[in-house]
Structures are given as structure tokens and as C-alpha cells.
Design a protein around this ligand. Structure first.
Ligand code: RB5
Length: 187
């Protein structure tokens, strides 16, 4: 017997059983709560206490002017490889075009609900973002770093990403696009 312990053996066992049960209940409550959020958010990853990353397949409308068409072509394959559906709205050559025409194509697809998010590429990304932001319901962000790509979704709920093919290289563009597509608005 444990002479120094004020509890009898039976009481000690009860305390042990109680603590085990409580930790099971705590684990179970957390499991149920997380499953609930997981189910309704249709997402597959967790950041902190709330879901801000989504791997859900999205419909992406993409377009570029002559300054961005090469980068756009290589990004189309990349976006597909991430598991998304891609609507390539041109341009498809180095022949000079007006970037607002291509911004319009992407914005209209989003406005009509045919695509979830848009990507516009020109020389700097600036012309495309100025043009896109004239369309109702469009929140276009001109981005050249990964942190801004994340924040444009988490805090600004941007639905169009504008990038400059003459500003960033292919690999940075991939990171920015992946970050933009996989982050969600935190509300
Ligand atoms: C085209 O030369 C260039 O001016 C355009 O792609 C873009 O940078 C505009 O913002």
C-alpha cells in the first residue's frame, strides 16, 4: 500500500481512468470539430486554427498580351499539373495586341461564373491589373512576390492575379501562381 498517499488504491485507479477518459473525450471532440470543418470547406490542409489553403480543383481563365504570351503558355501546363482546369484565352503569338482586350476576356469568364479565378500576364502586370479592375466584381492584384500572392487571397480576396513576364522568371511565376491558387480568403 502507498502509505504517503491520501487516496486508497481503488480511488487512485478511478482518478487514472477518469484522466484517460477525459483525454480521449478531448481528442474525440477535436477530431469531430476538425472533420466538420474539413467536410464543409472541401479542403485538404490546415494552417493554424483555420483553413486557408485549398487543393480543390479550380477553373482558371488565363490570358496574356504579346509581352506575356510565352510565360502564359508555359504556365498553362503548370496550372494543369496542379490539378486545375485551364481556359486559355490567348494571345498565342508575339504579334502586337491590346492588353485590355485580353483582360476583358478573363474578367467576363469570371463574371459569368465560368471560371473561379483568373490570371493575366503582360510585360509588367500593371496594364492588365489596371484594365481588369475596371470590371465589376473583379479584384485584380499585380504581384511579383510569394508573400503578396498569399495575402492577395487571404486578406484581399483577389480573384485575378496579374504578373509581369518581363519582371519575374518562370520559377518565381510558378511559386506565385501556386500560392495564389491554393490560398483562400480568410474573411
Ligand atoms: C507591351 O509592350 C507592354 O507595354 C505591356 O505588355 C504591359 O507591360 C503593359 O502594362
Amino acid at each position: 500500500t502507498l502509505t504517503w498517499c491520501p487516496l486508497k488504491f481503488g480511488e487512485l485507479v478511478s482518478v487514472g481512468v477518469y484522466h484517460t477518459l477525459m483525454s480521449e473525450v478531448k481528442w474525440y471532440k477535436e477530431y469531430v470539430w476538425k472533420s466538420f470543418i474539413f467536410f464543409f470547406s472541401e479542403t485538404h490542409a490546415w494552417t493554424g486554427n483555420f483553413v486557408t489553403i485549398s487543393n480543390k480543383m479550380k477553373k482558371i481563365a488565363i490570358a496574356a498580351d504579346h509581352g506575356g504570351f510565352e510565360l502564359k503558355d508555359s504556365m498553362v501546363e503548370y496550372i494543369k499539373s496542379l490539378g486545375n482546369e485551364v481556359m486559355d484565352l490567348g494571345t498565342n503569338s508575339a504579334d502586337s495586341v491590346d492588353y485590355p482586350d485580353y483582360a476583358k476576356k478573363v474578367c467576363e469568364e469570371i463574371q459569368q461564373g465560368n471560371s473561379d479565378l483568373g490570371i493575366l500576364i503582360c510585360g509588367t502586370g500593371i496594364g492588365m491589373s489596371l484594365a481588369a479592375n475596371k470590371f465589376e466584381g473583379i479584384r485584380a492584384a499585380c504581384v511579383s512576390d510569394v508573400y503578396s500572392a498569399k495575402m492577395s487571397r487571404n486578406h484581399n480576396n483577389a480573384n485575378v492575379l496579374c504578373i509581369g513576364a518581363r519582371v519575374i522568371g518562370d520559377e518565381v511565376a510558378k511559386l506565385i501562381i501556386k500560392t495564389f491558387l491554393e490560398n483562400e480568403f480568410e474573411a
